[in-house]
Design a protein around this ligand. Structure first.
Ligand SMILES: Cc1cc2nc3c(=O)[nH]c(=O)nc-3n(C[C@H](O)[C@H](O)[C@H](O)COP(=O)(O)OP(=O)(O)OC[C@H]3O[C@@H](n4cnc5c(N)ncnc54)[C@H](O)[C@@H]3O)c2cc1C
Ligand SMILES: *[C@@H]1O[C@H](CO)[C@@H](O)[C@H](O)[C@H]1NC(C)=O
Ligand SMILES: *[C@@H]1O[C@H](CO)[C@@H](O)[C@H](O)[C@H]1NC(C)=O
Ligand SMILES: *[C@@H]1O[C@H](CO)[C@@H](O)[C@H](O)[C@H]1NC(C)=O
Ligand SMILES: *[C@@H]1O[C@H](CO)[C@@H](O)[C@H](O)[C@H]1NC(C)=O
Ligand SMILES: *[C@@H]1O[C@H](CO)[C@@H](O)[C@H](O)[C@H]1NC(C)=O
Ligand SMILES: *[C@@H]1O[C@H](CO)[C@@H](O)[C@H](O)[C@H]1NC(C)=O
Length: 654
């Protein structure tokens, strides 16, 4: 009998593979998508295809030199720059939500900060999704698997870098042929970073924070420290999802196929359902410049799947174009409805950014790179020759403020009491008439309000930029040098939505994060910006403070004035989540805890869109973890299926 089974298995392996069909088709080659592609293609018997709109850009200096991150024309051309609808609570302004448009997705243009949220927040997502498999203890191994961590060297430690080795990945790859993102510390530290940390720790005039051992260890309340970066510390270059998960073995992986400049227009479905579930049969896409579509077939008979990883604003769009979403909305656009799943694209949340900056007399700031061409060239040469100087810096020292750092105890208790009173009102408004999602948003708000009550919420990140950061163009800055402190709202209760408005796959969707539609969000960001203004004047940072530039003396001191200023100035922090949320169906979720879309047999989602509610962290590290979890779920399902097939064959044979 065993011999029979074995020969069956061997035969199966020898069947020639159909080259135009793939076991896994991945829509979007970004932060989440490339992890899944990389992990699945470790198995040489499966064919994996990645379809990505943008080009491959690893060899562009603005991408790989840490000090050039966030600048230059590159950040226009490799950026979706989604426009929001006029934001009612922000003076009807149209804001820009950035997202990477290249192989590597947002990890190509992001600021390389690798932080994680609190243990309690991940545990809450586990509770919300009704699965202990998404609590901190369960996801930590996936965070670790996703990185190759280079501990700080003596010089970096001298400059304030520290870490807890037991929350990180290994320092060298367990196997050179498998992927993981390289994480480490930069080579240059501006003195302002340590001055900022000391100002936050200052117990007399400041907020009395403690120094963080590691901003990725889940214990970050009222801590300040140097964030590790997604960079290859051995060469001081950015490590994107491409660098981490594709480049190391690109040549050997003949079963990993990547097509760039390919826009996915829709997923097409089998005529017959399987156990009542829709079955994805092929993916339609357009190669840049073509007017006729191409198709990638999914090897359905072998358990083939489609993995949607087009980002929080790209993924609901692809589903809606495929006939999966709010039936009323789809019919209105003339789309053939395949599955009425009205919460696709709903539950959108985003972090909100604000900043206080001061004209500074610090001896070195990033402004000098803008002001002095000779200096800039010198610094670039320094980077090229020895990976040192200003361009080897990735300056983000940051601290996480608790509610009690921002508003008085009396004020917060009134705000939270009112928010509890109005739970149904906001949940109903945000859920757009969907009863299940109303319960889901209510559950999210209850979790958030409990954190507020216990003073365990981290509503604001404060971070320092040793130079100008803000909305004013170079012409408005004169030859001044600056210190900037950003205050970012991390725990918004506001929820909005993103939906397509046309059947054209090249068109961007409507994006409405409904910024500041909840009074707690307003209070926290106002408190955050006031804190940022104060930190600029706190010893030792006050020693380089000349005068406040923005918001500026004209805005005045009062919370009311700051609130009015922010309505005209606040921006997106590009951390959008929630549109394909991982929650039970009864709470209006779109995917289950194995990241499968409800009502569909073989489509999963693996990007930031599944994060059901905002986290107090920059998101890239979490999205790498999500990619690892998604790949593991897919492999698990394959193992289960193979075991079942084997059992069936054994029964037949005996
Ligand atoms: C400017 C900026 C700075 C940031 N800074 C940081 C930071 O310092 N640290 C941090 O942790 N996070 C940061 N973030 C956030 C973080 O990078 C993102 O949240 C995260 O990378 C998103 O991962 P994702 O997989 O969801 O989407 P992405 O990585 O954006 O991947 C989605 C991919 O899908 C592609 N795509 C979309 N639609 C289609 C389609 N129809 N067909 C084919 N392909 C498609 C896109 O082009 C893109 O490549 C930043 C983001 C931005 C924009
Ligand atoms: C925003 O637009 C709405 C609708 O057009 C209008 O009623 C409102 O007064 C505007 N608000 C501001 C602050 O301009
Ligand atoms: C390091 O992290 C581990 C795992 O979370 C934790 O148990 C340990 O206490 C941490 N060490 C320190 C010094 O904080
Ligand atoms: C510009 O930088 C060069 C090189 O570091 C320096 O010699 C020069 O003095 C700087 N110019 C000004 C105006 O500061
Ligand atoms: C579905 O779309 C219709 C039309 O845009 C809208 O009126 C309705 O509120 C939407 N339903 C949900 C649950 O979002
Ligand atoms: C910067 O200016 C402050 C006064 O605002 C002064 O106390 C300090 O000594 C100056 N520092 C340097 C480096 O010039
Ligand atoms: C959560 O899981 C339990 C046990 O699996 C189940 O009984 C319950 O119905 C689930 N709750 C939701 C909201 O799905």
């Amino acid at each position: 009998m065993w011999r029979n089974v074995l020969s069956l298995v061997v035969e199966a392996l020898l069947v020639p593979r159909v080259l135009c069909a793939y076991d896994y088709v991945i829509v979007g080659g970004g932060n989440g998508g490339l992890v899944v592609a990389s992990r699945l293609s470790e198995d040489p018997t499966v064919e994996v295809l990645v379809l990505e709109v943008g080009p491959e850009v690893e060899n562009i200096p603005e991408v790989y030199i840490p000090g050039l991150a966030g600048g230059g024309d590159i950040f226009e051309s490799l950026n979706w720059a989604y426009q929001t609808t006029p934001q009612t609570n922000l003076n009807n302004r149209t804001l820009v939500v950035k997202a990477g448009r290249a192989l590597g997705g947002s990890t190509i243009i992001n600021s390389m900060i690798m932080t994680r949220a609190t243990k309690a927040q991940y545990d809450a997502i586990g509770t919300l999704s009704n699965s202990t498999l998404w609590a901190w203890d369960a996801i930590l191994p996936y965070f670790q698997r996703s990185e190759i961590f280079t501990p700080p060297n003596e010089d970096q430690i001298e400059n304030g870098a520290s870490y807890n080795g037991s929350v990180h990945g290994p320092s060298s790859p367990p196997d050179p042929d498998i992927g993981a993102v390289k994480v480490g510390f930069p080579n240059f530290f501006y003195p302002q970073s340590e001055m900022f940390a000391r100002a936050l720790m200052n117990g007399q005039d400041g907020m009395g924070f403690r120094r963080a051992l590691d901003l990725a260890d889940g214990e970050i309340r009222r801590r300040v420290g140097i964030a590790s970066n997604s960079l290859d510390a051995s060469n001081n270059v950015r490590c994107s999802a491409v660098c981490g998960y594709v480049t190391p073995f690109e040549k050997q992986r003949r079963n990993l196929h990547i097509i760039t400049r390919a826009t996915v227009s829709r997923v097409e479905w089998d005529d017959r359902k399987r156990d009542g579930l829709l079955v994805a049969r092929r993916v339609q896409y357009y190669v840049h410049g073509d007017s006729v579509p191409r198709y990638a077939d999914v090897n359905v008979g072998r358990g083939g799947e489609v993995i949607i990883a087009a980002g929080t604003l790209g993924s609901p769009k692809v589903m809606e174009l495929s006939g999966v979403g709010n039936a009323t909305l789809l019919r209105g656009l003339g789309i053939d409805v395949k599955l009425d799943l009205p919460t696709v694209g709903e539950n959108l949340a985003d972090h909100v950014r604000s900043w206080a900056n001061a004209v500074s007399n610090a001896s070195v700031t990033r402004d000098i790179l803008r002001l002095n061409d000779t200096f800039r060239q010198e610094q670039l040469n320094l980077w090229c020759k020895s990976r040192s100087g200003l361009y080897s810096a990735a300056p983000r020292t940051l601290g996480l403020a608790a509610t009690s750092d921002l508003v008085s105890e009396d004020r917060i208790s009134v705000l939270v009491r009112n928010a509890r009173r109005d739970l149904d009102k906001y949940a109903s408004e945000y859920a757009n008439g969907n009863g299940a999602l109303q319960q889901g948003i209510k559950a999210q708000h209850e979790i958030t309000l409990d954190f507020y009550d216990q003073d365990q919420q981290l509503p604001i990140e404060l971070n320092v930029e040793p130079g100008y950061g803000g909305p004013t163009g170079p012409d408005g800055l004169g030859d001044n040098k600056f210190t900037t402190i950003s205050a970012i709202l991390y725990s918004p209760l506001s929820r909005g939505r993103s939906h397509i408005t046309s059947t054209n796959a090249a068109a961007r969707p409507a994006v409405d994060p409904a910024y500041w539609s909840h009074p707690l969000d307003v209070a926290m960001l106002v408190g955050g910006l006031q804190a940022a203004r104060k930190v600029l004047r706190t010893p030792p940072l006050n020693s380089i403070f000349i005068k406040e530039f923005e918001p500026g003396a004209g805005v005045g001191e009062s919370d009311e004035k700051v609130q009015a200023y922010l309505r005209g100035a606040a921006a997106s922090d590009n951390h959008e989540v929630g549109t394909m949320s991982m929650m039970p169906e009864s709470l209006g979720g779109v995917v289950d805890t194995e990241l499968k879309v409800y009502g569909i047999d073989n489509v999963r989602v693996a990007d930031a869109s599944i994060i059901p509610m905002p986290l107090s962290a920059h998101l890239a590290a979490t999205v790498y973890m999500i990619g690892e979890k998604a790949a593991e779920s897919i492999k698990d399902e394959k193992r289960r299926r193979n075991a079942a097939t084997l059992l069936y064959q054994m029964n037949q044979g005996s």
